[in-house]
Write a protein that binds this ligand. Sequence first.
Ligand SMILES: Nc1nc2c(c(=O)[nH]1)N[C@H]1C(S)=C(S)[C@@H](COP(=O)(O)O)O[C@H]1N2
Ligand SMILES: [Mo]
Length: 321
Amino acid sequence: MLLKRSPDLKYSDVTPRQVYLNRRKFLFGMGLTGGVALAGKNLANLLYPSVRAYASTKLEGVVKGPFSTDEKVTPEGLVTTYNNFYEFGTEKRDPSKNSGKFQTSPWSVSVEGEVNKPRKFTMDEILKLAPLEERIYRHRCVEAWSIVVPWIGFSFSVLANLVEPTPKAKYVAFESYFDPKQMPLWKYAGIQLPYVEGLRLDEAMHPLALLCVGMYGETLPNQDGAPVRMVLPWKYGFKSIKSLVKIKFVKNQPQTTWNITNAHEYGFYSNVNPKVDHPRWSQARERRLPGYFKNTPTLMFNGYADQVASLYNGMDLVKNY
Ligand SMILES: Nc1nc2c(c(=O)[nH]1)N[C@H]1C(S)=C(S)[C@@H](COP(=O)(O)O)O[C@H]1N2
Ligand SMILES: [Mo]
């Protein structure tokens, strides 16, 4: 329905434009390649100046968590300026430019539905539920680019177990914060808001499923989903819902934003799968940012097959895309 109001800003139109813009960035960057090799990380951060300064603070007592990849971490300044957060605009630069004044304190998350102990968690309570772990995960966007991010948080199952899901709980429905006043560009998002996502209960309870409160040693910048979000490293990035306010345990498979928007292209599962192409582009390879070429092979379940493949035993992953 919203798509009709802004046909020029459909998701389908965003990608080709991004590719075009990135080509320009690349051509500019080529001249600096030698310099990058010399100055390494610092120059990379200079090229992608971070605009996270607003609210992030250092997170204390962070321990090393399980499942970290030893691949090269993407420069922080790029991860905080190349975002999908449609509530703050559809261009990659928009969320970093437009989310600076987003109020994320006080904040609470309501956990409800098929649970014995429904309750609200304040952000302070969430931060104390479990030791904060740094987990360096690959992140694969459905648009065929990828990054490697040192997220901070703990398994979602910690929070879930506290509210005691009943036997009727088969799925978990997630909802993002939505305030048209703070997110004036919502009108051009081309998606129905608030942003909603969902997981099967066993997916949500998998230890890899991260309730994320920070990155790069600090609290989450607004553009990356402050103050709390999900990170599901074996699924396309859009499953990793930002700025969570509601978590509901439910009997039936919940609706999800991109499935509502375009069911033909975005399924409920959305597991990273190099063998199932997007209707409009191949998913076999990805562009590992800040690189330009789409020359990194995409791995089944984004490289997390050993951990998660058994969740999908006996399922047709072409049908359940
Ligand atoms: N609320 C909300 N959550 C969202 C999105 C969004 O537009 N709104 N975009 C998704 C997509 S498509 C991706 S790739 C990731 C991007 O996370 P990052 O910007 O922190 O890398 O967030 C996901 N979560
Ligand atoms: Mo994405």
